[in-house]
Structure formats: structure tokens, C-alpha cells
Design a protein around this ligand. Structure first.
Ligand SMILES: *Cc1c(COP(=O)(O)O)cnc(C)c1O
Length: 385
């Protein structure tokens, strides 16, 4: 939510920068937690969606764990104060140093994505004379029906161990003295807006669990990953996203064994709505067919529209007239034609210097920012609860 007082504060600052509404974040995390607590589910936050310090501190203080995909993220989570036993670590290409760090800190689970990686972890744990606590990230071959760049649970994707290899992997784990198999892990994709892919995932998880039990393996935890999508067009809707129905699917469809824990790694659904990219209009450039609104923010600050054709709501926060509207192609200053936030967008009539908010940018916004064109993003601004 952007308030009048926020807009006043924005007008004193150099743009572009990210604005985080920590009050909204607190509300969202509370809702997610209440919905998960009903079933005793465990929540982790995927740091790659947003690794801004106050955002992470708030989430840590609410008692969530962390989900990391690099050694840098594991270090960051520890620095913020997440407990090692709350940290899951996935990724198809973990380096030896990253594996050593995870074993050294004795984190909750190293989520192993291939036979090749398992062999290396076994070797490194042996050298360190330690036991590596692992989960196997399995590829459930479930179609998330989302943008193909953010689908991860299909056989053709690079993520996870495929069904045909599971027997060999179990054999290696069983033979090794250096590996402690604690659970199985899944993550089928991101911005998933229907519950059907999650229902299908539950069915696959049940079948896979039986396969492990047939081999005499008991699993302490199942980690169903993240992926719950949000309605990008309703950033101020206090019930967006719908955590209750999401967790209910798992509660009713997964056959958990007594004492078995079910974990989730939510990223986008927790933070997307609490962040906005604030920028100014540099020029209103006349075209023959369309007028361009050229902002001082671009794909270097928020790459999602260029990378995934995603559509963020755009608002003029300081329009001189609330009665006049106009149609614009809203673009950034970067030297790429894909540097475009939206075509034929209806906005309040806009002028040079107007403040523009690109809404629902709290997930995969600031963390994906780059220095391309030697551009510089200002420090974030916060409204505390
Ligand atoms: C990115 C990621 C998540 C979070 O995904 P969201 O769609 O943002 O919820 C969870 N788990 C893993 C392993 C990931 O890579």
C-alpha cells in the first residue's frame, strides 16, 4: 500500500529505488504462518526472491526458516540470524566450497540435485570426517503450467534427480557412511496460479514415498518447495495470495507418516506485494502511433517484464490532473528494445518529473537488478509497521 505520506517522502528522494511496506509484509507472513500452523507445516523463505536486510530480519523474527540456492545466500541467512537447522540449500551446481560450508554449519538439509553431486558430497563429507545431512531433490515430472522459463519440475528441466535414477541414488546413499538421508525435496516452478499442479505433485510425492519405503527407507521430512503465485493485478488485496487453499491441498492429499514433517519454501508469495519500484518520468516522447513514457527505471532494476513478459501494475503517484488519462508505452532508459514495462498502458496524463510506481515488485526485483549500462540503483526505502 502506498500512502500520501509515502509519496511525500518519495518526492524528496532520488529515483529509482525500491520501497518496501514492512507492515504489509508482516501481515502477509502472519497469514501464511497461521495457514501453515493449522496443519503443523514448516515454512522457509526463499532468499532469492528478496534478500534485503530488513525484509529478511522481519521474516526471520516471525520464525520462518530459510531456503538458499548459493553459498552466498547460506552465509547471508546465517548473518541475519536464521538458525543452521532452519536452512535448506538447493541448486544444480553447488561448488566444493559451498558444500563444505553447508556440512561445516550442519544446516537442515543439502538438497542434492544429481547422482554426480551426491558422489562429490559423499567424498567431501568423508574428507571432513562429518556426516552430511541431505535431502534428495527429485524431479516429479509435473507440469506447473506456468511460463516456460520458470517451470522446473519437468523431466526436460535441469533440476532434480529423475525417476529412472532414483534406485541408483538410494543404493549409493545406503552404502555411504558419510551421508544422512533426512528427506525428499520438490520444487515444480514459480508463479503457479492454479492448485491443479500442486494436487498432481501430492500424488507423485505419495508414490515416491512408497518407493523409498519399499527399500526400507524412512524419511523424516518432505519438502514440497514453493511456487504459489500471486495476482499481480491486486497488490493491495489483503487476501492475495490465498495461502489457506494452498496448504489445504497438501493437508488433504499428502499421506504423511507419524512424526513426518512437511516443509515449504515460499518466495514470491510472501514478498511480491510488499515492494514497489519507484521512478520518475524523464520524458514523454511523442511517437506517430504511440507516446512513450520514458522512466528513469528500467530492466536493470526490474527485469521480470523483459525476461518473463510479466505485467506489473503501473501508477502515476503525482499526476497533475486526476481527470485526464492517456495511453503510453512505458519504457526504461536501457539500450535494449525489451526494456519495456508495458505497451498501451492507460495512466493519468503524465509529465516530466512525475513519480511512477511499478507495483508488486517485491519478489525477483531488487535481487535480479544488474549494473548493465553501468547503472546504479538507489538504497531502498522502508515503511515500518
Ligand atoms: C526459487 C525457489 C523457491 C521459491 O519459489 P517461489 O516461486 O518464489 O515461491 C523455492 N524452492 C526452490 C528450490 C527454489 O529454487
Amino acid at each position: 500500500m502506498i500512502r500520501e505520506t509515502d509519496i511525500k517522502a518519495f518526492s524528496q528522494r532520488q529515483t529509482p529505488f525500491y520501497f518496501y511496506d514492512l507492515e504489509a509484509l508482516s501481515h502477509t507472513v502472519d497469514r501464511a504462518k497461521a495457514a501453515a500452523d493449522r496443519y503443523g507445516f514448516h515454512l522457509h523463505f526463499a532468499l532469492k526472491a528478496n534478500s534485503n536486510n530488513p525484509v529478511l530480519e522481519l521474516i526471520k523474527d516471525k520464525g520462518l526458516g530459510a531456503d538458499c540456492v548459493s553459498g552466498g545466500e547460506v552465509r547471508k541467512a546465517l548473518e541475519i540470524g536464521f538458525e543452521p537447522h532452519q536452512i535448506a540449500f538447493a541448486g544444480v551446481g553447488k561448488t566444493d566450497d559451498e558444500i563444505r560450508l553447508a556440512i561445516e554449519k550442519n544446516i537442515f538439509s543439502i538438497n542434492v540435485e544429481s547422482m554426480e553431486e551426491l558422489i562429490v558430497i559423499d567424498e567431501i563429507a568423508g574428507q571432513m570426517k562429518r556426516k552430511a545431512r541431505i535431502a534428495l531433490r527429485l524431479n516429479p515430472d509435473v507440469d506447473a503450467k506456468t511460463h516456460h522459463y520458470i517451470t522446473t519440475g519437468l523431466e526436460e528441466n535441469k533440476f532434480g534427480i529423475s525417476g529412472w535414477q532414483v534406485d541408483d541414488v538410494i543404493e549409493l546413499v545406503s552404502k555411504s557412511d558419510n551421508l544422512l538421508l533426512d528427506g525428499i525435496h520438490f520444487h515444480i516452478g514459480s508463479q503457479i496460479r492454479t492448485l491443479e499442479p500442486f494436487r498432481n505433485l501430492c500424488g507423485r510425492i505419495n508414490a515416491i514415498q512408497l518407493r523409498f519405503e519399499e527399500k526400507g527407507i524412512k524419511l523424516n521430512h518432505i519438502n514440497a518447495g514453493g511456487g504459489l503465485g500471486i495476482d499481480y493485478q491486486a497488490p493491495d488485496d489483503a487476501l492475495n495470495p490465498d495461502f489457506e487453499h494452498f496448504f489445504k491441498v497438501f493437508a488433504s492429499l499428502i499421506d504423511l507418516r507419524p512424526g513426518q514433517q512437511l516443509h515449504f519454501e515460499l518466495g514470491r508469495s510472501l514478498v511480491a506485494n510488499c515492494g514497489d519500484l519507484i521512478s520518475r518520468v524523464l520524458y514523454v516522447k511523442k511517437g506517430l502511433k504511440t507516446n512513450f513514457l520514458i522512466l528513469d527505471a528500467g530492466m536493470t532494476e526490474l527485469i521480470r517484464p523483459a525476461l518473463y513478459q510479466s505485467v506489473h501494475p503501473i501508477e502515476n503517484l503525482s499526476a497533475r490532473s486526476l481527470n485526464e488519462r492517456a495511453i503510453y508505452d512505458v519504457v526504461g532508459p536501457v539500450c535494449e528494445s525489451s526494456d519495456c514495462f508495458g505497451k498501451a498502458i492507460s495512466l493519468h496524463k503524465s509529465d516530466r518529473g512525475d513519480l511512477i510506481a511499478i507495483r508488486a515488485a517485491g519478489a525477483y526485483g531488487e535481487t535480479m537488478a544488474s549494473h548493465y549500462n553501468l547503472r546504479k540503483l538507489g538504497d531502498a526505502m522502508y515503511r515500518f509497521a
